[in-house]
Design a protein around this ligand. Structure first.
Ligand code: ABU
Length: 507
């Protein structure tokens, strides 16, 4: 006979007092972690080698049960050995900072543990997702659009490409590509996920034409036009163009309006990859960077990049409702019951996933807590800090800014190189080679000091520092610290031997 009450050990794990106790311990841990992350004196990373992590935390999962108090200590150690991405000294990726309300959204999401396939199992969250998508669509200038949260920008771009393929080949779901030679145009500075999606979708890497960029990292429209002509002349079928709003290296915004003119004339699907930069739509002063986005067919937007929401919070929005379903539905009757009350509220068949986590709640809570003005303020502050960073770079004698997006409306990335004293007097070609290699050497030294983490990337063929203005809480002192650290490691270092390094290692 089944027991009337739960077994004693399960009761003790989930009693209200025990749940509160565990949550309180975790809340204390989280609050202290974030306090320390926000302190500029706290190292961003301890750069632990794997051996150090193994030494400090018993990672193996083959032992006896560990009491929760002891487990919290182990969690604290793991957090100490992690990178403090919320710190203003973390400018390594396109996200930084934190929002306590949004973090709570993530936590409450886990408490409810819904899955976003059917309305019956995620009723409130389905409507929350709809609202967030509708609000983002409104920022683009769309009404009646639809969309979904996806696991990240790469997946949002993949879904856009799926829809473009569906429009180009309406029978692709049943018949496959059937030898079609579909082509996607995107800028040479676009995110690599476009190429990867082309592989997944059967277009192949040769199905992507990378259009050259201008000196600000934006797609050259004349080159795009030329590329479309060339592809047609080769007997291939232009399918879509992916314009980038906020490229990963330059933070550049492609001229979407001019690209839309050509896309319309040529019958191409226009997707805007605004994973990084679409948040500019929320700012009265920066919205113009995406002028023309309202003419696109679809748009990717990651709230976890510019809006301080924890990963991941990426959406794909499509102007024409119904397409996501058309592309992805395969009629899994066991789950999506056609005779239920509200089949049109089941989002599962719009997705390439089955189980799908709730990512909308944290965005909704953060947006509610800040209001439209508060969201715009985050964006404005990041753009302003980026301009300040470029002023600081320009003002420092041994640093050289490689591109200034402020000439063309702004951007959140700052790409620069350092001219070490040891390289003075080298002939230009050898000097360039040494600067290229020295960026890597200096960045490694800065990284190992641990005070901050910033990245580097190829810029016009030379490795350069790429600072991302990703944390709206940064101060001028924290921006200047990056240059101070580079000078501290590079001023007295003899970098001349790097001029003899023939090529940089290929990945
Ligand atoms: N979409 C992730 C980009 C990562 C980076 O460039 O830092």
């Amino acid at each position: 006979m089944p027991s009337e009450s739960r077994p004693a050990d399960q009761q003790s794990d989930t009693s209200p007092d025990r749940v509160r106790e565990i949550f309180q311990a975790a809340a204390d841990l989280a609050a202290e972690y974030l306090r320390r992350s926000d302190d500029p004196q706290t190292p961003v990373t301890l750069n632990p080698p794997p051996s150090a992590i193994h030494k400090r935390v018993p990672l193996k999962l083959d032992g006896p049960a560990v009491p929760v108090d002891a487990l919290m200590e182990q969690a604290r150690d793991l957090m100490e050995l992690s990178v403090r991405t919320g710190s203003a000294n973390f400018s390594n990726q396109l996200f930084s900072g934190f929002d306590p309300v949004a973090i709570v959204g993530e936590w409450l999401t886990a408490v409810m543990n819904a899955s976003m396939y059917t309305y019956e199992v995620a009723p409130a969250m389905t409507l929350v997702e709809r609202e967030v998508i509708a609000r983002m669509g409104k920022a683009v200038g769309w009404t009646g659009c639809e969309g979904l949260f996806t696991p990240g920008g790469s997946l949002s771009n993949l879904m856009a490409m799926l829809m473009a393929r569906q429009r180009a080949l309406p029978k692709v779901k049943s018949r496959g590509l059937q030898g079609s030679k579909l082509v996607v145009f995107t800028s040479a500075e676009s995110h690599y996920s476009v190429e990867r999606a082309a592989v997944i979708l059967g277009l192949g890497t040769e199905g992507v034409v990378q259009v050259p960029q201008d000196r600000y990292g934006r797609m050259r429209v004349d080159a795009f036009e030329h590329a479309v002509r060339q592809v047609r002349a080769e007997g291939r079928q232009p399918m879509m163009v992916v314009a980038t709003a906020g490229s990963t290296v330059f933070g550049a915004y492609d001229p979407i309006g001019a690209i839309a003119d050509i896309a319309e004339r040529e019958g191409l699907w226009l997707h805007v990859d605004g994973a990084y930069g679409a948040s500019a739509l929320l700012s009265d002063t920066r919205r113009g960077l995406l002028a023309g986005a309202e003419r696109a067919d679809s748009l990717t937007w990651c709230a976890h990049k510019m809006l301080n929401v924890p990963l991941s919070a990426s959406v794909i929005i499509v102007r024409e409702p119904g397409l996501l379903h058309q592309c992805n539905a395969v009629h899994a009757e066991y789950l999506y019951h056609a005779d239920n009350d509200a089949p049109d509220l089941d989002t599962g068949e719009m997705s390439i996933q089955c189980g799908r986590r709730v990512d909308a709640l944290k965005v909704w809570l953060a947006w509610k807590a800040r209001g439209d003005a508060g969201m715009a303020q985050i964006v404005d502050r990041k753009f302003e800090l980026a301009s300040t960073m470029r002023d600081i770079v320009r003002a420092r004698e041994r640093f050289e800014l490689l591109s200034d997006p402020d000439d063309v409306g702004g951007g959140c990335n700052t790409c620069f190189v350092y001219h070490a004293p040891s390289l003075d007097g080298l002939p230009a070609d050898r000097r360039l080679r040494a600067i290229d290699a020295s960026t890597h050497v200096l960045r490694e030294r800065v990284r190992l000091r641990g005070r901050l983490l910033t990245n580097y990337a190829p810029v016009f063929g030379v490795r350069a520092f790429r600072h991302v203005s990703a944390n709206d809480r940064a101060t001028e002192a924290e921006l200047a610290l990056i240059l101070d650290e580079i000078e501290a490691v590079g001023h007295d270092l003899d970098l001349r031997p790097l001029a003899d390094v023939e090529t940089r290692p290929t990945p």
